[in-house]
Design a protein around this ligand. Structure first.
Ligand code: UN1
Length: 498
């Protein structure tokens, strides 16, 4: 095997090693003998250099007209289309999910590029009448400044694109720290931005681990906003640090997403949705279906059939076309899944399928876990409350739509939800009453599109949204502008009372 390529941090348009000289290896989760790349293990000195480069680039980037900034994004989209297959393959190698999914991940970055490129000629503000004569009033979107971004490993290109592209079209400059498990895809993305004409220093990459590289990015005084996607546990630390300096901070975190299957549902459709929602990306999406809340009248049939489906899933190296489910990202995730299997069994849930790491034969080189299903799950059990982030599904029985919604809402998270029913009245009740940022009807909990708001309520987020116009709200700040052309002093609230 050819020796792995070494990647420096990207600072001010140049690739430079960490000042300490330290590096770490990016290993394929399907075959840990495959070293995908060697990356800089950065600390506060590297972060400081990257933030300074971004602050310098901001002076000129903010003045580039938004439609021009947008053209760079559009060209980036075009370049990603050309390189899609190559980048998808590298992503499967570093992240593990199957090729059809990594193609989708690159596609999500392409979609975001085109969508945000369109925003370059919108970025609408408001014009509104003034209360005084001969006075003009409007509000305009201004960039925030240097934005710090901390990205997760499960969508190695899509999520960095959700953060970078809106930030760039709005006139900000960026320092991004990709997840240590999947830095390569961020390099691919940013290299396309540079090829499309992005000036040096507008996007900088610092690779490494949370405590050494993520924390100084959040704390750096010149970083004006933070966007974080990851666990609620780390998000709490990030949010508290950002609050110390009153920094706007967007947190996208965990989920315990429920799919409700009512007794009038198309069961075949619901089964397809549940298999995809629970075991797609090996359950490692914050939108993954981890609870199926199924009406007791159809529960036995549904449960028997989903166990059969899960048993037949082909688990293996995602680079092979016939594989349906790849590995988990690393050893810790296997340990987490294993631990939760025990927790569930101790609580009295019935292990119906899987529940074990797969380590023999074709699975011996990577971090594989069998598709796992628990029956007899009670709504308050830990397995039904806590995020596992692995291919582990709980089946919970309910009695009708109200009971289902009550169970679905009985958790601390609120990202995605789904309802399978042919009854439009029940569907609209669920849309209204499910506590979540996303609700699907007759589709699984995964599959958000980039031009709609993405995010959740309760412990899933802190009120911000990625995707859609919500992203523009986060990466801009409003400036209200008043132009008085009366040639005299006019006092608001006083002279208009005459
Ligand atoms: C995530 O799981 O962190 O809606 C993002 C979906 C994808 C994005 C998931 N488009 O499942």
């Amino acid at each position: 095997m050819a020796s792995a390529k070494t990647y420096g941090n990207l600072i001010g348009g140049k690739f430079v090693p960490a000042k300490s000289g330290k590096t770490f290896e990016n290993l394929s989760p399907a075959d840990t003998s495959d070293v995908v790349g060697v990356f800089a293990s950065s600390d506060d000195a590297d972060v400081d250099a990257a933030v300074k480069a971004a602050a310098k680039a901001y002076e000129t980037w903010r003045l580039v007209p938004a439609p021009k900034r947008a053209e760079i994004l559009y060209r980036t989209g075009e370049l990603l289309v050309k390189r899609k297959e190559e980048f998808a393959r590298d992503m499967t190698r570093e992240m593990g999910k199957v090729l059809s999914e990594t193609r989708g991940d690159v596609q999500e970055a392409i979609d975001t590029a085109y969508y945000m490129a369109g925003e370059g000629r919108r970025l609408f503000g408001q014009t509104t009448p003034s209360e005084l004569q001969n006075k003009f009033a409007m509000s305009v979107r201004m960039p925030v400044g240097v934005c710090g971004m901390i990205a997760p490993w499960n969508f190695p290109m899509a999520i960095p694109s959700w953060k970078l592209f809106p930030a760039l079209v709005c006139g900000n400059t960026c320092v991004i720290k990709p997840a240590e498990d999947t830095p390569l895809s961020t390099f691919h993305l940013v290299e396309m931005l540079m090829e499309a004409g992005l000036p040096d220093g507008v996007v900088n990459i610092v690779t490494g681990f949370g405590p050494e590289a993520g924390a100084p990015l959040v704390e750096h005084p010149k970083v004006r906003a933070i966007s974080f996607t990851g666990s609620s546990e780390v998000g709490r630390i990030v949010g508290q640090k950002a609050a110390g300096n009153f920094k706007p901070c967007s947190l996208e975190m965990g989920g315990k997403n429920a799919m409700i299957v009512l007794d009038d549902a198309n069961l075949d459709l619901a089964l397809d949705g549940a298999v995809w929602g629970a075991f797609g990306t090996s359950g490692q999406r914050c939108t993954a279906t981890s609870r199926v809340i199924v009406d007791k009248r159809v529960a036995a049939e549904f449960t028997a059939r989903i166990v059969e489906r899960a048993k037949k899933l082909r688990v293996g190296n995602g680079l092979e076309e016939n594989i349906e489910m790849g590995p988990q990202i690393n050893k810790q995730q296997i340990e987490t899944s294993t631990r939760y299997v025990k927790v569930a069994q101790d609580e009295g849930a019935a292990l119906l399928q899987g529940g074990v790491a797969l380590a023999e034969g074709v699975h011996s080189k990577g971090h594989f876990f069998a598709p796992t299903i628990f029956g007899k799950v009670q709504a308050k059990m830990r397995i039904a409350q806590e995020e596992v982030f692995g291919p582990v599904l709980s089946v919970i029985e309910c009695d009708g739509v109200e009971d289902a919604i009550r169970i679905a809402n009985g958790i601390e998270y609120g990202l995605s939800t789904a309802l399978y029913s042919r009854d439009v009245n029940k569907a609209f009740r669920a849309i209204r009453d499910l506590e979540a940022g996303i609700t699907y009807v007759n589709a699984p909990t995964i599959g958000a599109e980039v031009h709609l708001p993405f995010g959740g309520v309760k412990q899933t987020g802190n009120g911000h949204r990625e995707g859609g116009t919500g992203a523009l709200d986060f990466y801009t700040t409003w400036k209200s502008v008043y132009i008085d052309y009366s040639d005299k002093l006019q006092r608001a609230q006083i002279d208009n009372a005459k």
